[in-house]
Design a protein around this ligand. Structure first.
Ligand code: KG4
Ligand code: ZN
Length: 392
């Protein structure tokens, strides 16, 4: 079964074509095509993702990336395809706010052959609404013109799938089955949540941030220290250097560990961010040593809280597997501390492989493999779609 998947929830435009094998024991698949366009450089001057700019870029890139994918998967044929008048009208109505895009898609698709694809999967939330809508409407247009069913996917479930993927050879992967109960630690620019599950597709949120997401805190603190967007990798790089050089953080730079002893599995990172802001304001200028010490202390504070909450969740829920996903899972210090914890507790740890921690469309296709399509008029983008609300 071939699935074409589309991801546009934030600042990455991605389309993949995945060929799932008929294997009853374990889900295995080949990646036939995988194209991704990152907008990081465009958003850097704004210090964060600028939603309308993201939407415009997605609109510009989706048709281009689609063609590249079809070529890569050898599904591209130059052929005249007739598009009925009523389908044309439906496409134009679907893309009513994007008339140019409707023209572009119709123009493109009537000049190429319908590819042999069984389903289309698209990220429908959570994420930035303008960015999500453009992906969803583009997917609807493809679904209408090619008459291929469309499956909405929750982006956070995608991150869980990404971490469960095991690379076999070349472009071939399989999906691991974790021991249950399993815990998903989802740490990204928009989310910080702990979910519990005993089968894929049914998740219960048992802890979450009450304010900023952890990636957002990394990005904001980086900005205060004069580091470019996205700040996570920058802070991580400085902290790693400071740790290796055995730098000692001076007393006045010590930061709180928010909610460490709150007795629940929730997080709060806005106080930590404010604490850094207060220190930065009290300084006349920020030299390299200050930057290194604050990066180290901030990363340590975040890691302490994350590890403590996971430890608590493992005990309270008798957890057998910890699945870490989302952009912040690229942080090597958090990974090594969680690895120590899970080894001590006899818990299996799953981490995303190379290129799978940040947003991508491979994870969206994998999340779709066992899901049913939805009627186009029922399918909407939802910026706040919770992972525990997938089946409603
Ligand atoms: O999952 P993701 O690609 O996009 C969202 O869905 O939000 O996550 C992006 C976030 C950004 O906040 C970025 O700063 C953070 O992941 N990030 C990191 C690291 N690499 C990326 N945070 C800490 N350490 C890293 N090495
Ligand atoms: Zn993400």
């Amino acid at each position: 079964m071939k699935i074409l998947s589309i991801e546009t929830s934030c600042d990455e435009t991605a389309i993949s074509i995945i060929d799932f094998k008929d294997n009853k024991e374990q889900l295995t698949f080949n990646i036939l095509a995988d194209q991704l366009n990152s907008q990081i450089e465009l958003h850097r001057p704004y210090g964060g993702v600028y939603p309308d700019l993201a939407k415009r870029e997605h609109a510009k890139n989706l048709p281009l990336i689609l063609v590249k994918d079809l070529e890569e998967a050898r599904l591209f044929t130059k052929k005249r395809t007739l598009i009925d008048e009523d389908i044309r009208e439906l496409v134009v109505t679907t893309l009513i706010k994007e008339p140019e895009m409707a023209d572009d898609i119709i123009d493109l698709l009537q000049n190429i052959g319908r590819p042999n694809i069984d389903a289309i999967a698209v990220t429908a939330g959570p994420g930035l609404p303008p960015a999500l809508w453009i992906g969803v409407n583009f997917a609807k247009a493809l679904s209408l013109i090619w008459d291929i069913p469309l499956i909405p996917i929750n982006h956070m479930e995608g991150h869980i799938m990404a971490s469960l993927l095991e690379h076999k050879v070349a472009n071939s992967y399989s999906l691991s089955t974790p021991r249950y109960p399993a815990l998903g630690l989802l740490i990204s620019g928009g989310h910080t949540e702990i979910v519990r599950f005993t089968e894929l597709g049914h998740y219960e949120i048992i802890g979450q941030t009450q304010d900023d997401a952890v990636g957002e805190a990394f990005d904001k603190v980086a900005r205060m220290l004069g580091l470019p967007y996205p700040g996570g990798p920058e802070i991580s790089r400085l902290a790693e250097y400071a740790r290796k050089s055995q730098m000692v953080v001076r007393a006045e730079f010590r930061l709180p560990r928010p909610m460490l002893h709150s007795g629940d599995l929730n997080f709060s990172f806005s106080g930590l961010k404010t604490a850094v802001a207060t220190i930065v304001k009290s300084l006349e200028n920020i030299d390299n040593d200050i930057r290194l010490e604050l990066a180290l202390e901030f990363e340590n504070a975040v890691t302490d809280v994350i590890v403590k909450k996971c430890e608590r969740a493992i005990y309270e829920h008798n957890v057998k597997s910890l699945i870490v996903g989302g952009g912040v899972s690229a942080n090597t210090h958090i990974k090594s501390q969680l690895s120590t914890l899970t080894k001590e507790e006899g818990v299996d740890m799953y981490y995303p492989g190379t290129g799978l921690s940040t947003d991508n469309s491979i994870m969206i296709a994998v999340a779709a493999h066992n899901k049913k399509p939805l009627a186009l008029n029922e399918l909407r983008a939802n910026g706040n779609w919770r992972i525990d609300d997938i089946n409603n």
